[in-house]
Design a protein around this ligand. Structure first.
Ligand code: F6R
Ligand code: MG
Ligand code: MG
Length: 376
């Protein structure tokens, strides 16, 4: 019988701004999820990342199961009631559609799920981000699953050397699930061509080419595509299986030492470095930085071990300092691009509306004389 890991997350209200859910919300979510054990789910773990709540569930019902999705939806609905009763900021923020119709996709909460036959030992990582979008995973996953600079397995393991299959989604297509499947290393440059634009092309999943096994799933929903206007950043999650035919846990963590620039942060409208931080971290300077947390688990017979907090290690202090330096460097130029994101990615419509007004005030001083430059 296969095991399914389901991660469903939502921002349903926060203390002190968009910083952290209250204990009462987390307790209510936990009560609801716990009541589904052992009939519907065999185990669970609950986290927060900045102002988002993340529910990890283990069960045997496969991906996109309506009962599992309803369980998470009910937990967030109950959590929203608590957030409202406490007067939390942004109560119910990600519950964009009122009625549940079988799956949280397109309703506001983010989700990623994978189903697999458990190996005798089954290590995996749960990544959780706040103040950024799902393209945050493009650079690190490309490097872990295609680049020998980060994954020594491409040289040292014949299984890993068979490469990986990437499914990439065009997240700007709001009507369709528009995807392309590319293989590393064969399609390396095509992969790079798409993944360099993380606002449009987002890694949805990755499979081993040695055995076809699922390695990675990412939550790819874009909130402003659902609501049509600003509703907060997507604050994505991802599951990654590690070891043996997959990269080692260390190879999966390695590219995060870049503290690469992503879109997000304050008003979801700035370019900032992503800082690897401890589990249950909060948000601070300039509503940022964008943060990533990672929990490592093993799952066995549907039961989770306790987790290891993978960015809670002295090594990452240096990377946090580096990210803070990069953050201050780009903040020095305030709102001048590329510190602020381009027009398409702005999460608030203020600039666009102001430009519409200003555009009407522009005057044509003189028509240009068009000169045709003919090539010889
Ligand atoms: C970004 C975020 C915050 C808010 C900002 C303004 O994802 O959550 O930076 O955009 O604090 O929030 P509102 O518009 O709710 O006052
Ligand atoms: Mg928020
Ligand atoms: Mg958030």
């Amino acid at each position: 019988m296969k095991t399914t890991l389901s991660v469903i997350k939502a921002d349903i209200g926060s203390i002190g701004g968009h910083e952290k859910p209250s204990k009462a919300i987390v307790n209510r979510i936990t009560e609801i999820i716990d009541s589904a054990k052992p009939l519907l789910i065999s185990d669970y773990s609950i986290f927060s990342v900045g102002d988002d709540n993340v529910i990890l569930m283990v069960h045997k019902n496969g991906v996109d199961n309506p009962s599992i999705h309803k369980l998470a939806w009910d937990a967030f609905t109950e959590g929203t009631k608590v957030a409202k009763s406490q007067g939390l900021y942004g109560a119910g923020q990600d519950m964009l559609i009122n009625s549940f119709s079988g799956n949280v996709k397109g309703l506001g909460p983010g989700s990623c799920e994978m189903e697999f036959e458990e190996r005798p030992n089954e290590p995996f990582l749960l990544f959780m981000c706040d103040k950024t979008n799902p393209g945050v995973f493009n650079l690190p996953f490309f490097r872990s699953f295609a680049d020998p600079f980060h994954n020594a397995g491409f040289l040292l393991s014949t299984e890993i050397a068979k490469g990986f299959e990437f499914t990439i989604m065009d997240v700007t297509d709001v009507k369709n699930d528009r995807i392309i499947v590319l293989n590393a290393p064969q399609d390396y440059y095509d992969l790079a061509t798409l993944l360099r634009d993380p606002e449009t092309y987002v890694i949805e999943s990755i499979r081993s080419r040695a055995n076809g096994d699922i390695a990675v799933v990412v939550s790819t929903s874009r909130l402003h595509n659902i609501a049509g206007t600003y509703t907060g950043k997507d604050d994505p999650v991802a599951l990654v299986r590690s070891q043996k035919s997959f990269p080692s846990t260390g190879e999966i963590l390695s590219p995060w030492a870049t503290a690469h620039f992503v879109a997000g942060d304050n008003r979801g409208s700035h370019h900032v470095p992503v800082m690897p931080v401890k589990l249950f971290s909060t948000i601070s300077f300039f509503d940022g930085p964008a943060i990533v947390q990672a929990a490592g688990f093993c799952v066995h017979d549907g039961k989770l071990t306790e987790y290891v907090d993978l960015f809670d290690h002295p090594f990452w202090r240096t990377i946090q300092d580096k990210a803070a330096r990069k953050f201050m460097d780009i903040r020095e130029q305030g709102f001048f691009n590329p510190a602020m994101v381009g027009m398409n990615e702005l999460e608030y419509t203020g600039v666009v509306e102001k430009i519409k007004v200003l555009n009407k005030k522009f005057k044509i001083r003189k028509k240009k004389k068009h000169t045709l430059i003919e090539s010889s």
